[in-house]
Ligand binder design. Structure first.
Ligand code: PEP
Ligand code: MG
Length: 601
């Protein structure tokens, strides 16, 4: 149900300018065309200015600082109440932590004494004090603590904005029909979103596999990321046309262009209705090859729609989203309830529960601190879990307990070495022993798999295959780590090529190793949901694809339009290519021939 527009904001009208016809190019990461007004969130502001104060003005400045802090606490309380109403008490808890930071007496006293001592404006002093805390925290050797930096920055940005008299945009209560325009959207931004009124995302940074893109697809919202100039070119109130397939944003287009895009929207709607007609049909190629389709989810709440609208299993449950937007860790029982719900609701299909994959761009956004400059290569995923057995064991016990309530499989992310797999397996054995001691039931034969997403694991697949039940290819990371190309950095997105011959070779190697050892292998990276690349994936011998739910319909349509033996021929030709562009061009020609509507919709 769409939520009500905020009566007071009237943001759609504000700041609108008549700059006609600017066309911005970025990366289309979530399909669909949308025409709506822009709502710019986040700040364009540069460094906070230092303003000397006259001695007589110091007390007044301190009073202003206190009044703004109080207003910020009230703002956060309002936000907390609304998020609790929309998403529930649990998701609203992050604002408790934010309020506590604003009310921290030590911090307040330090800022006040520095305003007195240095005779400088409150926003400048406050920003300095926060920077000092942030620098200290970024040195702590605990990723969970370091990740709290994002919260500190979030709160500090709000307080500084209020001190500067900037109008804050309340993401939980937006004007109707808004396209959110931002530098980036953090996980806490997306959790708080007034989903009924967000029609699209347009962000300055990001890539097809960045957190924002994955969330946009999981919410079924068109999105374009990597629009470097978007914050300079777009203002709140501008009319935008956003094309999430071709990565285009048109600013204040003329009436003829709007009319043209409206026609395209209608044609897309007709196409989507046609695709829905395939719902009951199998994902089978014209030459009789059956493909198992599954969905990727981030939150248990998504499972109901998967069951009712798509009738497939869950090939990747990204459990890290249970851990973010909160100040404490979820308990074993809380996790057990979440996993059990998914296992029960998706039954008789199975769910692959991936253990915690924090780090990278999850938890962090544009507010990233210098200490986290290379988070994708740092203490991420299984590395974090092995370093924090308390957190890992609680999750393993919760997953094991849930295994009694459906078809549950467990999967370890980012395995790079054999030793990591051994250590993870040893923790799983320990979790079992702990449950045995408590006389708690679980499925002793639960399948154990790993994500193959680090080149070393792909190259070692023949060894690893002996010790697991399945592999799931995490192509998002496999591409990033193979081509040494940060998956969230739009400046090098030209290098991020899932169609690169090196990637196809690596996937083929993993598939062969798996089959030689009688193990199954799926793809759960975004490649599985990208129509142009799916013939390659099937051609190398993959039988199972797990993807964002919105891709299930189009991919099924493609599978039903193609032939496996042609896809195999395509792989042979791709393996003889030297560049990713050549491979992509081959694939586009093939898909353009068998299912042309997939390239245009
Ligand atoms: C992947 O790397 O392909 C994957 C599915 O995991 P994530 O996108 O969560 O890193
Ligand atoms: Mg990954």
């Amino acid at each position: 149900m769409p939520s009500k527009p905020c009566s007071k904001t009237a943001l759609a009208k504000a700041e609108g300018r008549a700059r006609r016809g600017a066309a911005l190019s970025g990366i289309g990461v979530s399909a669909g065309i949308v025409i709506a007004r822009a709502l710019v969130v986040g700040s364009r502001r540069g460094p906070v200015q230092e303003v000397p104060l006259a001695a007589a003005d110091v007390d007044k400045e301190i009073r202003r600082f206190k009044a703004v802090l109080q207003a910020s606490v009230e703002q956060l309380e309002g936000l907390r109440r609304r998020v609790a109403g929309i998403l529930g008490e649990k998701d609203a808890r992050i604002f408790d932590a934010h309020q506590a930071m604003v009310a921290d007496q030590g911090l307040i006293d330090e800022v006040i004494s520095r305003i007195r001592e240095k005779r400088r404006n409150a926003e400048f002093v406050f920003a300095q004090v926060i920077q000092h805390y942030a620098d200290a925290l970024s040195k702590v050797d605990d990723p969970f603590i370091r990740d709290r930096l994002a919260d500190i920055r979030d709160v500090a940005g709000r307080v500084i904005g209020n001190l500067l008299g900037e109008k804050a945009v309340d993401l939980a209560c937006l004007p109707r029909r808004s396209i959110l325009v931002a530098h980036d959207l953090s996980p806490s931004d997306t959790a708080a979103l007034d989903r009924g009124n967000v029609l699209g995302f347009a962000t300055a940074i990001g890539s097809r596999t960045s957190h924002t893109a994955i969330m946009a697809r999981s919410m079924g919202i068109p999105a374009v990321v990597g629009l470097a100039a978007v914050l300079d070119q777009v203002h709140t109130g501008d009319l935008l046309i956003m094309d999430g397939v071709h990565g285009k944003v048109l600013v204040n287009p003329d009436a003829a262009t709007v009319g043209d895009y409206r026609r395209r929207i209608r044609s897309q709607e007709r196409w989507l209705r046609r695709i829905e007609q395939d719902a009951e049909l199998p994902a089978e190629t014209l030459d009789g090859f059956r493909v198992q389709l599954a969905a990727n989810i981030a939150l248990p709440a998504e499972v109901e729609e998967i069951r009712t609208s798509y009738g497939v299993g869950i090939g990747l449950f990204r459990t890290e989203y249970l851990f973010i937007n909160r100040t404490s860790l979820p308990t074993e029982d809380e996790q057990f309830e979440a996993y059990r719900k998914v296992a029960e609701e998706i039954y008789p299909h199975s769910v692959i529960i991936r253990t915690l994959d924090v780090g990278g761009d999850k938890f962090l956004s544009n507010l990233r601190m210098p200490g986290d400059l290379n988070p994708f290569l740092g203490v991420r995923a299984i590395r974090f879990c092995l370093a924090r057995p308390d957190i890992f064991l609680a999750q393993l016990r919760a997953i094991l307990r849930a295994s009694s309530y459906g078809k549950v499989r467990i999967m370890f992310p980012m395995i790079a070495t054999f030793e990591e797999l051994q250590k993870a397996a040893a923790r799983l054995a320990q979790a079992r022993a702990e449950l045995d001691a408590r006389h708690v039931h679980y499925n002793p034969n639960m399948d154990i798999g790993i994500m193959v997403e680090v080149p070393s694991a792909a190259l070692l697949a023949d060894r690893l295959a002996r010790h697991v039940d399945f592999f799931s290819l995490g192509t998002n990371d496999l591409v990033q780590y193979s081509l040494a190309c940060d998956r969230a950095n739009p400046n090098i997105s030209y290098l991020y090529q899932p169609s690169h011959p090196s990637i196809i070779r690596m996937i083929q190697m993993v598939v062969q190793s798996a089959y030689e050892h009688g193990k199954w292998v799926s793809v759960c990276g975004e490649m599985a949901g990208e129509p142009v690349l799916v013939p390659l994936v099937l051609g190398v011998g993959i039988h199972e694809l797990s993807m964002s739910p919105v891709s299930l319909g189009p991919i099924k349509r493609l599978i039903r339009s193609m032939r496996l033996h042609e896809a195999e021929g395509l792989v042979d030709r791709a393996l003889a290519c030297s560049t990713g562009q050549e491979v992509r061009a081959l694939c586009e020609r093939y898909v353009g021939r068998v299912a042309p509507e997939l390239l245009t919709n």
